[in-house]
Design a protein around this ligand. Structure first.
Ligand code: XIL
Length: 444
């Protein structure tokens, strides 16, 4: 009983103390409402807020982190008046956060909401510099490494993938020949320009040479041949090619079953684990990826792929990452669908590669020219995808690779047999709105 009395007394004292101990209400002032800035520049922005009628001035905090522990010089409780203030002396392409408190005499309000902004990129920032800690790649061909191609490659991109010249039918066209010329040319070009090289693809049902499709020997001999192929190619480019798609497109659309390729028929589903192990034997440092398409849009295929990846990881198969090809369209899949799928890579601690990005502007064949409206829709989608990738944790990012440089060179024109504009550059090498969108997405 005595204890309860003491508690009541304590509570009463606390209440009286909080009320200031007399009949006058404590002076108070409402917290302001911080608004989005009206102008954002490379090194400044105009912070805005709604006036609090009883306020005499405000305190403005600008921080580089959300916890408000890393203040911009001079912007911790900076005294300001009016309803806006130009914050200066900032770095370009950097994220900042601000909040305010209203002041009346010595009374300070609670914090306002916080507003986050990113300062602008310097004029003409190339894609590779806008990307924060990962490569910006493009697909190349050995015959397109000069002139304007060369200029844009060196200016904008930090990684390349051979569009077709590192596939088995090109590199090992017959049982007793290897053809290295094109691959060497691409590797030498990248090396002499400090550009990263992603190898694509060791095993792909669609680039299997005839002699392998119709292999004359036993299954054991087949397996030995695949092992030798992987050893030979990965060893040749050891230390030069940073990463390989070891197996490409092993899972079927819809059903999620294993594709009945010649590799599957000859070696069973273990061919995948074996190929990864052989690649690792040849180069202990190279990053090894599984690569496939429709990874966001086809839920069954996605589930089956992650089941396969989980099995590989559980068996200590050396897999470093997953490539989502990302041949998508301006109207889908949605941001949520792509983000959810990409997060499944992150959850497993693997590297994510958006490995063959192109975005169809004309998936329904309703256009004969790229209209302003559709160009802007395409721009928005490029911005969205770049934003999704940029937002992944740093440790899970590797490269965001676009499948070709300019519209008239896109593989999609042949693949679908009708006109489209899926890339970042026009046929004359000028940058499209899509380029701007992509750049903006990288910067955010
Ligand atoms: C395509 C190339 O763009 C074409 O030039 C080539 O003739 C066929 O292959 N998925 C992949 C890529 O993994 O290798 C494909 O590239 C596009 C679909």
């Amino acid at each position: 009983m005595k204890q309860i009395n003491q508690l009541i007394l304590l509570a009463l004292t606390a209440f009286t103390f909080a009320c200031g101990g007399n009949d006058d209400p404590a002076p108070s002032v409402d917290a302001p409402l911080a608004l989005n800035p009206t102008t954002i520049e490379q090194t400044s922005f105009e912070a805005k807020w709604m006036a609090v009628s009883t306020a005499e001035s405000y305190q403005l905090d600008v921080s580089e982190n959300l916890q408000f522990t890393s203040f911009v010089d001079g912007y911790q409780s900076k005294a300001v008046t009016g309803t806006s203030h130009e914050v200066t002396g900032l770095s370009s392409n950097t994220r900042y956060h601000y909040r305010l408190r209203a002041m009346k005499g010595t009374t300070v309000s609670k914090n306002s909401n916080l507003v986050s902004i990113t300062t602008l990129l310097p004029e003409n920032t190339p894609l590779k510099e806008a990307a924060n800690g990962f490569y910006i790649g493009t697909a190349v061909q050995s015959g397109r490494l000069t002139g304007k191609h060369d200029e844009l490659l060196r200016q904008e991109f930090s990684s390349i993938t051979a569009e077709y010249e590192m596939k088995m039918d090109k590199m090992h066209p017959t049982a007793d020949t290897y053809y290295w010329e094109a691959c060497d040319a691409i590797v030498n070009y990248a090396q002499s320009n400090q550009i990263n090289i992603h190898g694509h693809a060791l095993i792909w049902h669609n680039s299997t040479p005839d002699w392998v499709e119709n292999f004359a020997g036993t299954n054991d001999e087949f397996e030995l041949m695949v092992k030798e192929y992987i050893h030979t190619v990965v060893t040749r480019y050891k230390g030069k090619i940073r990463s390989w798609d070891v197996v490409n497109e092993a899972i079927l659309d819809g059903s999620g079953d294993y594709r009945n390729s010649v590799f599957y028929q000859r070696m069973g589903k273990d061919y995948i684990a074996k190929c990864f192990r052989w690649a690792r034997e040849a180069d202990p440092d190279v990053l090894l990826f599984y690569n496939d398409y429709n990874m966001a849009s086809d839920q069954n295929k996605q589930d089956a792929t992650f089941t396969m990846v989980d099995e590989l990881m559980a068996a200590n198969v050396p897999i470093d990452g997953l490539g989502f090809q990302m041949h998508i369209a301006y109207n889908g899949p949605s941001k949520e669908t792509i983000t959810k799928a990409a997060n499944r890579i992150v959850e497993r601690g693997l590297k994510a590669h958006f490995s063959e990005l192109d975005i169809r502007a004309n998936p329904n064949k309703d256009l004969t020219r790229l209209t302003e409206e559709r160009a802007l829709a395409l721009k928005a989608k490029y911005k969205e995808v770049a934003g999704i990738y940029s937002a992944l944790p740093a440790a899970n990012k590797y490269a965001l690779t676009i499948w070709g440089m300019k519209d008239d060179e896109s593989w999609l024109l042949n693949f679908y047999g009708h006109i489209d504009w899926p890339l970042l550059y026009n046929a004359d090498f000028t940058a499209k709105d899509a380029y701007q969108g992509f750049l903006e997405g990288l910067a955010n």
